[in-house]
Design a protein. Sequence first.
Length: 90
Amino acid sequence: MIINYPEVAVKELIDEVLDSYILKNPSTCRCERCRNDIMALALNNLPVKYVVTDHGRIYTKAVYDQIGGKAQVIAALTSAIQIVQKNPRH
Ligand SMILES: [Zn+2]
C-alpha cells in the first residue's frame, strides 16, 4: 500500500488544531466540507512524501520524524483554517 506521510499527519492533527483554533475563534465552522477544504489546502502546502508499507499500521512518531516534525503540519493547517474561514464553501 502506498501512503503519503503528510496526509497521515494532517488527518491525525486536524481535530487538535481545529480545537485550539476554535477556542480563540468560536465562530469557526467545522462542518465536513470545511474540514475537507482545510485538509486539502494544508496538503497542497506541504511537501509530498510517499512511502510503501507492507502492513496497515503506521507509527505516528515515525511519520513526524520523516517529515521534519509536527510544527510545519500545524502551521500549514492553521493557515488553511484561516483561508477557509474567510471563504467557506459549505
Ligand atoms: Zn463549514
